[in-house]
Design a protein. Structure first.
Length: 302
């Protein structure tokens, strides 16, 4: 007796639970980052700039799925790949890379290696990717899903060989660092398992945990204090996505398959709406230079 692939509904709900528990919290300190970036200019009014801007960008991303689906999904693939790769660079790359690679090359490396969880399925699992996109993209998405997979495949044909070259360079520089092997492991996982499984495993069990660990070290607080601090924004984000999902599910006929499909649509559109402002905020933060000593909202009494 052999085990077949997990049931589709199990994969959808499993991904939703993992993203809610592990994925979303790694953006739970974005308000601290926003405060650090804006407080020097806007003082106590920093939140009047941060929260409306953050939420407005989230709404624009969600709306773009309806208005410009092909451009939005391809753009989301690219910025997600870039963010995944940059997180790895922030957390594990040595200064050797900074001295040997140009800034442009570092960003290209981030897109190539960070995006393997996207680029590999675009080449090896295009039919599955197209099916998922037909479910996720709003409206009459059959033609649009095919266009997205075709464009993603073209990008992947460039990025995968580049990723191989960047991996070899990393291996030469940091051969004893086990983190080097995350890229080929991701490629194998993405090629051999369903997309929902490989993406959830990579996003929750590698990228999000890496981000949470880096944030806690940067803020210099205990694990309990860190957990207490990330909860408010994380709960707010999960509630926002859940409310949107409830509205979407309520608009269906209520069958179990409709509920699963609406949940998948909510998961990915909601995740993109949360992710884009998060990744842009953190890239802005890195661009401004080293962070100031921690002055978290939940810990300084303000």
């Amino acid at each position: 007796m052999t085990l077949g692939p997990p049931d589709f509904s199990v994969m959808v709900y499993g991904a939703a639970v993992m993203v809610a528990i592990v994925g979303v919290p790694h953006g739970g300190l974005d308000h601290w980052t926003g405060r650090r970036l804006l407080e020097s200019r806007f003082e106590s009014r920093w939140w009047m700039m941060f929260f409306p801007g953050y939420l407005s960008l989230s709404a624009i991303v969600a709306l773009s799925w309806v208005l410009f689906p092909v451009a939005t999904v391809i753009g989301f693939f690219l910025v997600s790949a870039w963010h995944f790769g940059r997180e790895d660079q922030y957390s594990s790359m040595s200064q050797k890379l900074s001295s040997r690679f140009t800034t442009a090359t570092k960003h290209l490396s981030a897109i190539a290696l960070g995006g393997l969880v996207i680029w590999i399925p675009a080449i090896f699992r295009p039919d599955e990717m197209e099916l998922l996109l037909r479910i996720i993209v709003p409206g009459d998405s059959k033609t649009q899903a095919k266009q997205i997979v075709t464009i993603a495949g073209w990008i992947a044909m460039v990025m995968c060989p580049l990723g191989g070259l960047f991996f070899c360079s990393r291996l030469i520089e940091r051969g004893r660092d086990w983190n080097v092997w995350v890229a080929p492991a991701t490629a194998v996982l993405a090629a051999t398992t369903p997309i929902l499984v490989s993406f959830t495993a990579f996003f929750c069990l590698w990228h999000s945990i890496l981000g949470l660990s880096r944030l806690r070290l940067q803020e210099g607080i205990t694990g309990v204090a860190f957990l207490r601090s990330v909860l408010p924004l994380s709960v707010l984000a999960v509630c926002g996505v859940a409310i949107s999902g409830w509205w979407l599910i309520a608009s269906t006929e209520g069958s179990s398959i409709d509920t699963v499909l609406a949940s998948l649509k909510t998961l990915f559109i909601g995740l993109s709406a949360i992710a884009v402002p998060h990744l842009l905020l953190h890239e802005w933060s890195e661009f401004t230079g080293p962070r100031a000593p921690h002055q978290g909202i939940c810990c300084d009494g303000s």
